[in-house]
Each structure stands twice: as structure tokens, then as C-alpha cells.
Design a protein around this ligand. Structure first.
Ligand code: 5GP
Ligand code: MN
Length: 342
């Protein structure tokens, strides 16, 4: 059954339900911000709600209200599967394709009988949900979720915890209101959220000023490895597993590193290659300025995707082979990269 009618969503939510909220693998501020905001809201409406995350989040998100109640699939698979199977409704937030939760959890989700509802802002959403609210013009799932809450007539349930979670997702996905997807509506939503007594300055500190010496030294290593390819307005950074180990790498430590490559004058396309020996992959983060689509680049060449100016991908080749493949692709994009120069 297809159900893109908001009235029907409201009907579903009119009676107490068992609800699971699912975020993507390697959750970021928008994934956990939106999941926890919806968690608090739906609990407030009288539902039984659980957030199930494929894996753990970085430390800089470990203060979000309700974060300690999230069930991590990778750590507690049986419990997580039980919650998913019991759910009447399964909200999937901040991702556009079920494989983004990882193989094991995707299998568990495919075996569920609950109704899926997607709220997301990535391009090219898959068609797996009974209700899909997908709009890539939104800065963040949190901004879109605020609209969803308004549309189902539940704005008055927003409290400080919910506003804190939503604000966090907007701040992280907009790079503190500077990325291109930030518009007047984004600021209006942030302004509305600030009226709930959120501690915006403390939120910023918790997200951006939680460095360790080792993380900053890892950044030093990453910057030493920074390579510019001026002919293609491109720059990249690589970090091998050995280099990560030398600085006692922890989840989240490389967040934002790729932006240093993009900050170079005349660079419109930036990439970071991060070796993950445990998963046997090279994880890539792509960023761009202007009209060069890293979503298309990642989809076509590295089994990934995301947004126009921010996307991810992966490769099963070695670190050096992946970088070689990347460099060999660039001539095909030379015209586009020159045209995108901003
Ligand atoms: P990041 O580089 O920060 O991991 O991801 C940038 C954006 O691309 C995020 O919105 C993220 O959800 C998305 N993304 C990252 N990796 C993948 C991937 O492998 N596939 C798809 N479809 N999107 C991705
Ligand atoms: Mn997002």
C-alpha cells in the first residue's frame, strides 16, 4: 500500500503504536539529532518508541538528550532485531536507501512487517517506504522534520530537548549555517528552535570544541598528506590504517578533515581517503563547491552517493590503487571541474 497522504500518517499516529526509528550507519549529528527529536516527540504523544542505530556514534554526540537510550544493532543485535520486528511503524531518517544501515541490519529490516516511513534530504531516494517525505533542497533532515512536525499539527509538543536535537542536526549538516543548502527557511527554523531555551553556544562547543591532542595531531598528519592537483582544481588527503593507529584514532576523529582540502583557493573538488582494515575498504568523503556534483561522481565511480556538494563512497582496492583510480578519472571531468571554478 502506498501512503503519501499526511492525513493517513496522522491517523496512524492517533492510536498508541510500537515505533522504531532507524538511523544510518556511522550516524552524524543530523542522523541522531532527527532520530532523537522524533523519539522524544512520539513518546510525548503516547507511543512506545525505540531508536535503533546500526553502530555507535562519535563522542562529540554522546551528550544529546536521550542518546544513552539508543539501541546499537552492532552491540545488541538480538534486542535490536526484536524491537524492529515488534514495530508497527518504522521511521527511517536521514538516508535514502536501506543498504545505508549495513548488510546485517538491512536483512533484519527486510524481514520486518511494520510500515516504513522515510524522512530524508538525500538525492534519489529509493522507493521502499509506504510514506516518503524526501526533499533534497532541505539543509538537513532535522529542518525537514521540523516541517513534518508542523504538518502533523504537533508543533506545540516541541520542548527544550527536542529543539536541542533539531538544532544540532541543522548546525552539523549546514557546517554552522555556511553550506550552500542553507537558506532563509533554515535560519527561520533555527530561530524558532532558539525560542525553546536551547543553549546554542554550549551546543556549538560540544560539537566543535571537543578535540583531543591526538585528534589535532592526526589532523596535522592529514594536512602533511594533503595533495593538490591544480590542473583539475582538486585536492585530496589520505590516511592509512597505520597512520590512524599511530594517533590512537577514535570514531569521529576525521570528521571535517576533508574541508581543509576544499578550503584551498581555486579548489572546487576535495576528497579524503581513509583506510579501514577491519571492514577491508577505503572510505571516501567527497566535497565540492559550485555546480560540480559529487553525488553523481560518487554514484558512478565509487559505489556511493549523497548530496550535490557532499557525498561518500567506498572502494575495496588498496589505498594506493584507490587513489590511482581516482586520479585516472579526473581527466574525464576536466571540463566540468573548470566550469565549476568559483
Ligand atoms: P560523509 O562524507 O560525511 O560520510 O558523507 C557525506 C554525505 O554523503 C552524507 O550526507 C552521507 O549520508 C552521504 N553518504 C556517505 N557515504 C555514502 C554512501 O556510501 N552512499 C550514499 N548513498 N550516501 C553516502
Ligand atoms: Mn543529513
Amino acid at each position: 500500500m502506498k501512503m503519501n497522504d499526511l492525513q493517513q500518517v496522522k491517523q496512524w499516529l492517533a492510536e498508541p503504536k510500537n515505533i522504531a526509528i532507524v538511523s544510518h550507519r556511522n550516524p552524524d549529528g543530523d542522523a541522531y539529532g532527527s532520530s532523537l527529536a522524533l523519539f522524544h516527540l512520539l513518546k510525548n504523544m503516547g507511543h512506545t518508541v525505540h531508536v535503533v542505530s546500526p553502530n555507535d556514534c562519535p563522542d562529540f554526540l554522546k551528550w544529546l538528550p536521550g542518546q544513552d537510550e539508543i539501541v546499537v544493532f552492532e552491540q545488541d543485535q538480538q534486542h535490536a532485531e526484536k524491537l524492529l520486528h515488534k514495530a508497527d511503524l518504522i521511521f527511517t531518517l536521514d538516508f535514502n536507501a536501506l543498504h545505508r544501515v549495513g548488510d546485517q541490519m538491512e536483512k533484519a529490516l527486510n524481514a520486518c512487517s511494520g510500515m516504513f516511513l522515510m524522512i530524508d534530504h538525500h538525492e534519489q531516494p529509493d522507493d521502499y517506504a509506504a510514506y516518503t517525505l524526501s526533499d533534497p533542497t532541505y539543509s538537513s533532515t532535522c529542518e525537514l522534520l521540523y516541517q513534518f512536525i508542523e504538518r502533523i499539527g504537533e508543533l506545540e509538543r516541541i520542548n527544550t530537548d527536542i529543539a536541542t536535537c533539531l538544532y544540532t542536526g541543522i548546525v552539523t549538516d549546514t557546517g554552522s549555517f555556511k553550506y550552500a543548502a542553507t537558506d532563509a527557511q533554515t535560519h527561520l527554523t533555527a530561530a524558532a528552535l532558539m525560542k525553546y531555551d536551547i543553549q546554542h553556544s554550549i551546543i556549538h562547543n560540544k560539537i566543535f570544541d571537543s578535540n583531543s591532542v591526538q585528534r589535532l595531531q592526526l589532523l596535522g598528519k592529514a594536512l602533511q598528506n594533503l595533495t593538490e592537483l591544480p590542473a583539475y582544481h582538486t585536492a585530496y588527503i589520505s590516511l592509512s590504517q597505520n597512520e590512524l593507529n599511530n594517533f590512537n584514532y577514535k570514531k569521529g576523529d576525521t570528521e571535517g578533515f576533508v574541508n581543509y582540502a576544499l578550503s584551498l583557493a581555486n579548489v572546487v573538488f576535495a576528497v579524503i581517503f581513509i583506510e579501514d582494515q577491519k571492514q577491508g575498504i577505503i572510505k571516501m568523503s567527497f566535497r565540492s563547491k559550485g555546480n560540480f556534483s559529487v553525488n553523481e561522481f560518487a554514484r558512478k565511480n565509487f559505489n556511493g552517493g549523497g548530496h550535490h556538494n557532499a557525498a561518500g563512497g567506498k572502494s575495496e582496492d588498496s589505498l594506493s590503487a584507490t587513489i590511482e583510480k581516482f586520479k585516472e578519472l579526473l581527466p574525464l571531468y576536466k571540463n566540468e571541474l573548470h566550469a565549476a571554478n568559483v
